[in-house]
Design a protein around this ligand. Structure first.
Ligand code: BGC
Length: 473
């Protein structure tokens, strides 16, 4: 049992010749022994297609909404795009060697829908599909287990032209696309993730217009939330029909919500925020129903209600094999209903560094959602400017990862069923509206030469993966 295996077992930190170097505690006393994770725990790194692949016109790839969005002046901080990014499309082989050289046992990547179906549906682009076939085989040949995200935000533009996720048919398009992949790769992919962060798509893409497709329409965002949930459900149904060997689950960005003080107003505001941040996705997927929508924006709830048809929630709530959780930040709300940032803020601006939030999210899943198996599918932080004298000496990231993994170890010890952790990200990459102005990688990418240089965090994380443990305090 995961919990029993994790609780308080301090094993050897040394495996395959890699050791955690004990650092003296501030008192000078010896450090505590390493914290061992359960046997079989998966250590991974994560990326997404548009953020690293580049090669946006290679081998018959169709246009995506991000190609369109980046071409619109003023959308991306540095005026850049993912047209070249890390050129992973051409460098995938050496990138997989890099993952292997770090001793990391699992890789989460996403598949670019416009590479596989340039028009979004219909004609399958063999060369695009072959790329992912080679990638999966390349991972398996190196002993790395593949975790494939079906959708990480790069909708084919041809589908956007037909209304994109606002169109109810999007859920059918998605299931058909997923079926192409299940059929071709289903015998080799270990885990499938359906949709990356429906919340971020709906909020940033349809409410604030900060991400593709750059819309600001609250009612439309409600329809999009429902259609993304439905698309997830239809893909799960398609997967069950094909009976691949792997497992499937959603990928949600969860943010624990806290009141800024103990006033009843702040408590109520934090509860309302929780509906928007978490329950709108968790409840339909894991309980087969939407939460009470009375606390969310009227237009958003009207959009959800109008889009929901008889039978949808049965599709959406069909059992999944596990839950992918991306954890970055808590949300703290004051008595006036405004978000505040009492915790240290990373250079991303929106991210408060609060490791305990990870335990709170996991405990909530254990208590309120029947304790699903969880993979932490993303967790990370951008380079800290104070580390910049030496670009690969990312001490702040090492500290961030260490603190979060300590909390994760504690949560597993308390009985949370977490079986893997994926650091975001393998490489510095195209950080959406922030362009190349934020570096989230364990491995530095020089964007003029595209050379890769592992940072201190990469070797630290490599030692974690190899020893299946983190250093003690
Ligand atoms: C997304 C990634 C993104 C990361 C850092 C996550 O919400 O899935 O694509 O790079 O956050 O902002």
């Amino acid at each position: 049992m995961v919990a029993a295996a994790a609780a308080g077992i301090a094993g050897s930190a040394c495996s395959r010749g890699v050791e955690h170097t004990p650092s003296p505690s501030t008192s000078g006393a010896p450090v505590n022994p390493p914290l061992q994770f359960p046997d079989g725990f998966k250590w991974g790194v994560a990326t997404s297609a548009y953020q690293i692949e580049g090669a946006v016109t290679a081998d018959g790839r169709g246009r995506s909404i991000w190609d369109t969005f980046c071409a619109r002046p003023g959308t991306i901080t540095d005026g850049s795009s993912g047209a070249v990014a890390c050129d992973h499309y051409h460098r995938w082989d050496s990138d997989l060697d890099l993952i292997r050289s770090l001793g990391i046992g699992s890789y989460r990547f996403s598949i670019a829908w416009p590479r596989v179906l340039p028009e979004g549906r219909g004609h399958v682009n063999r060369r695009g599909l072959d790329f992912y076939d080679r990638l999966v085989d390349g991972l398996l040949a190196r002993g790395i287990s593949p975790v494939a995200t079906l959708y990480h935000w790069d909708l084919p533009q041809a589908l956007q032209d037909q209304g994109g996720w606002e169109n109810r048919d999007s859920s059918e398009w998605f299931a058909d696309y997923a079926t192409v992949l299940f059929t071709r790769l289903g015998d080799r992919v270990d885990r499938w993730l359906t949709i990356n962060e429906a919340k971020v798509i709906a909020e940033q893409g349809y409410q604030y217009g900060r991400m593709a497709p750059g819309r600001s329409d609250l009612r439309a965002s409600g329809a999009v939330i429902h259609h993304l949930n439905l698309a997830h459900g239809r893909a799960v149904a398609a997967f069950r029909g094909i009976r691949g060997t792997g497992r499937i689950g959603p990928c949600l960005q969860l943010a624990p919500c806290y009141p800024a003080d103990d006033s009843p107003e702040a408590e109520a505001a934090a509860l309302a925020a929780d509906t928007t941040e978490n329950a709108l996705y968790l409840d339909p997927l894991l309980k087969g129903r939407y939460p009470n929508l009375s606390s969310i924006n009227d237009r958003v709830s009207a959009g959800i209600e109008a889009a929901t048809k008889d039978g949808d929630l049965v599709v959406i709530g069909a059992p999944v094999d596990f839950l992918g959780v991306n954890y970055y930040t808590p949300v703290v709300i004051d008595r006036g209903g405004r978000p505040v940032q009492p915790h240290p803020i990373s250079s991303a601006g929106w991210q408060q560094v609060y490791p305990q939030g990870l335990d709170d999210v996991l405990t909530r899943l254990r208590r309120d959602y029947a304790s699903p198996e969880v993979l932490i599918t993303e967790n990370g932080v951008p380079d800290d400017p104070t580390d910049s004298s030496q670009p690969t000496a990312d001490r702040a990231r090492v500290e961030f990862l260490g603190r979060h993994l300590r909390v994760l170890h504690q949560a597993i010890g308390e009985g949370c069923r977490v079986t893997g952790y994926y650091a975001w990200s393998l490489l510095d990459n195209f950080e959406w509206a922030a362009g190349y102005s934020q570096r989230w990688g364990l491995v530095r990418v020089d964007f003029s030469t595209l050379a890769r240089s592992p940072k201190a965090s990469a070797s630290w994380y490599s030692a974690v993966a190899r020893s299946n443990s983190i250093p003690g305090d």
